[in-house]
Design a protein around this ligand. Sequence first.
Ligand code: AMP
Ligand code: MG
Length: 502
Amino acid sequence: MTQFYNAYLNLPNHFYRAVKPQPMLEADLVHCNQPLAHQLGLNFSAQQWLDITCGVAFPDGWTPIAQKYTGHQFGYYNPQLGDGRGVLLGQVNDAHDQAWDVHLKGSGQTPFSRQGDGRAVLRSAVREYLIGEALHALGVPTTRCLALCHGLENVRRDGLEPRATYLRVAKTHIRFGHFEWLAQQNDVVSFKALANYVIQTVYPDLATLPEPERYAQLLNTIVSRTAQMIALWQKVGFCHGVMNTDNMSVAGETFDFGPYAFLDDCQLHYVCNHSDTQGRYAYSQQPSMGLWNCQVLISAFAHVISEADAQHAAELYINTYNQAYLSGLCAKLGLANSLPQDKHFVADTLILLEQSSLDFHVFFNKLVYFNVEQRHCQSNPFTEFVGDSQAWQQWATRYQARLALEHANQEAAQNNLLHTALNPTQFETQRVALINTNTPQLVLRNYIAQEIIEAAQRKDYAPLTQWVHALREPFSVCDALKAYSAPPSQKGQKGLALSCSS
Ligand code: AMP
Ligand code: MG
């Protein structure tokens, strides 16, 4: 029997407020995430899904609460944050006894709503649904949506928009900002209670460590997961858009989606958030903003760890990020192993892509056609894509030399193990397989998300269903969606920046 509970209620009272959701009546159940429901062992009827997602009735054991937290938004500390338009219903354990938080978003005002209406709109709900499935399939840790409802009510944003409510599943809803809040108040007892809660629910392997090592290891784990997550964002060309510390999960999952985007053209300083006029969260800035956020978290942990541990955590972020980024980008280039000097080749490749105004994803898709023997051959789809400029000819020479070195290194390693080395055909097969499994054919570009949203607003949910399925298998593309695997062709389809309003 599935057990529903809310473990957050065991924490001190001032950590949360009990909230009565404002139900969304007369709604459609737009989508229910069957694979995720199955993973969590949930087999509700359609009516139960609708009731839960609209905030009408919850299973016994779930108790809606709004969590208090704070955070740094665009560099400035905001003490007034908390769940303003969502509630934590509680947890459910999967077959492996892993606990998952279930959160209802858009369920109305809470004591932390400030001037806001506590509502969510269909546009943002659909975007969050799509991106959760897309990132998950790309191997990027992320929260995911479990169910989505579309209401009759309209909500005022830039104009009037249909209201939606949705369920979000996460390893935890504890943000960096939760720890900032307690540190700001010098409340060490509560800080430790929260740290132990995160350990119990997300990192149980740390539970047996003594203090203060337990807290130092918790911090190290959060920091290295964050570094790995951001390295994956860079690898898949994902821009989060609002990397404020209240939007950073201590589970290292991509969290709280706003005006996110995947790159179209390889614009390294691309800013997907209209309101981010300084480019604080530009694609190229994400790794250092991740470090900045971790440094805020490290400062909060300074209450319970030594200075040396704090210093170590910052270095851990940098080393973890650099390693994960380099191996991720090398894999996209068809290189099974990365060498320290590859960082120059990777950086130069991206700069050349930017200078050539080429699509970030399609470049790697086309790289499978790179012809090792006849690299300047005009009829080759790779050469056709990048052009035959001198810069690309030089790049091809460099790539070819790097491949030769890779093959030689692999041969030497195999010989040491007395194994037979790969012959050139097998090596080429390995290269192509690596490229194909490290860059998807289908990318959730913003213009595609916009088409799906506009259909959903007309109550045509078929494109959403079709894309949810397609994004779960992004490394191949069905005939019906083939056209979407090409770079955006029409004016206005590329590099769309969105507003923060959601
Ligand atoms: P976000 O931009 O979604 O990360 O939200 C930042 C803060 O503003 C959080 O504390 C939210 O709960 C709150 N917030 C954002 N939109 C609303 C809204 N429509 N109603 C109430 N609170 C909101
Ligand atoms: Mg947020």
